[in-house]
Design a protein around this ligand. Structure first.
Ligand code: NAD
Ligand code: AHE
Ligand code: ZN
Length: 370
């Protein structure tokens, strides 16, 4: 057992508490990682709110981290002590039906136990005062030390600053990947991006990389527009400035609708708008935002009959162990400006401030340094 400073979510809807937890050593096929830095993603806030059907408490949240391998369990072959790693909430075992399909990045190897806050053997490595603490999304990066399955770690270049590339563990990769892998946006396309947080801004970078010529950035918080412009958005719309439904505004701006749209908020009404602002015959909308328990999407089936396509994307369709080193390389070359996302940095003791800043619309990403 080692001691670790961690921010624990003891109950839904309550601030995290900084305590010292016990971390058990890695079992066979597992790896102990010292987290150097972690981003705070809206999904952490979503689960903390109690809206996540998979949310279990007490848990150590966090899934956007960067760290260094501290110890490996029996049988671990792809990682060694000292390796730099990015935890993966979408594992990549390369052996399951999903990994072998060539059609998806969703891996089934550890997903079932992961969704219950447990390690693959059905137990937890974290405890506090002798009581078990659950894992989160297979990562639990809001802890100085965490344990993950070997298949849930991407080994990355040692030269890359973990305080920045941690953002490739979720937000930035998700937004870029959704555009390049899921929607496969073509040069010359028109794109509408709903929500300009970490995910939507990364989708703008993806759209620019793909050669989109019109990138329409949509947010109810106009303070997000400057950063969107800096990253490549060409037009800016605040739904609050219009009386008509936002889909109608976009359709009128684009002679019948956009080629591609992305919902990066997690609002089911906006998901509908994002679909319906797509062009008849070919427009494709990708849902990235995560909606709460019990919520459902709807539209007139005629929207799909007349050629619009509705898709969804998890971790941008990216296979983490194989593809993240490439994303890190792009960041190192300046092709992915990670620093543009980091609006705040703080110590673990101030992590609740990161949640406040997100809810107040004042941050893109807060990065916690351990
Ligand atoms: P964020 O809170 O940083 O950003 C959300 C943005 O949406 C904010 O700028 C906010 O002003 C804007 N917004 C809110 N309501 C709006 C509306 N009605 N119209 C237009 N804009 C609106 O969040 P984030 O970290 O960027 O995450 C965005 C969503 O993506 C969340 O639902 C998160 O859970 C989800 N997510 C999904 C994946 C995935 O793999 N599918 C990965 C990461 C995050
Ligand atoms: N637990 C939720 C679903 C949450 C969800 O959709 N998660 C996204 C990643 S969000 C990262 O910030 C995802 O990748 N989903 C695919 C997966 O396998 O979890 C619920 O509704 O139960
Ligand atoms: Zn996330």
């Amino acid at each position: 057992m080692i001691k670790s400073r961690a921010a624990v979510a003891f109950e839904a809807g309550k601030p995290l508490e900084i305590v010292e937890v016990d971390v058990a050593p890695p079992k066979a096929g597992e790896v102990l990682v010292r987290i150097v830095a972690t981003g705070v993603c809206h999904t952490d806030a979503f689960t903390l709110s109690g809206d996540d059907p998979e949310g279990v408490f007490p848990a150590i949240l966090g899934h956007e981290g960067g760290g260094i391998v501290e110890a490996v369990g029996e049988g671990v072959t792809s990682l060694a002590v000292g390796d730099h790693v990015i935890p993966l909430y979408t594992a990549e075992c390369r052996e399951c039906k999903f990994c072998k399909s060539g059609k998806t990045n969703l891996c089934s190897s550890v997903r079932e136990t992961q969704g219950k806050g447990l390690m693959p053997d059905g137990t937890t490595r974290f405890s506090y005062k002798g009581q078990p603490i659950y894992h989160y999304m297979g990562c639990s990066t809001f802890s100085e030390y965490t344990v993950l399955p070997e298949v849930s770690l991407a080994k990355i270049q040692k030269e890359a600053p973990l305080e920045e590339v941690c953002l490739l563990g979720c937000g930035v990769t998700t937004g870029i990947g959704a555009v390049l892998n899921t929607a496969k946006v073509e040069p010359g396309s028109s794109v509408a991006i709903f929500g300009l947080g970490g995910i939507g801004l990364a989708a703008i970078i993806g759209a620019k990389m793909a050669g989109a010529t019109r990138i329409i950035a949509i947010d109810v918080n106009p303070s997000k527009f400057d950063k969107a412009r800096e990253l490549g958005a060409t037009e800016f719309v605040n739904p609050k400035d219009h009386e008509q439904p936002i889909q109608q505004v976009i359709v009128e701006m684009t002679d019948g609708g956009v080629d591609y749209s992305f919902e990066c908020v997690g609002n089911v009404d906006l998901m509908r708008a994002a679909l319906e602002c797509c062009h008849k015959g070919w427009g494709e909308s990708t849902i990235i935002g995560v909606a709460g328990a019990g919520q459902e999407i709807s539209t007139r089936p005629f929207q799909l009959v007349t050629g619009r396509v509705w898709r969804g994307s998890a971790f941008g369709g990216v296979k983490g162990r194989t593809e993240l080193p490439g994303y890190v390389e792009k960041a190192q070359k300046g092709e992915i400006p990670l620093d543009a996302f980091i609006t705040h940095t703080m110590g673990l003791e101030d992590i609740n401030k990161a949640f406040d800043l997100m809810h107040e619309g004042k941050s893109i990403r807060s990065v916690i340094h351990f």
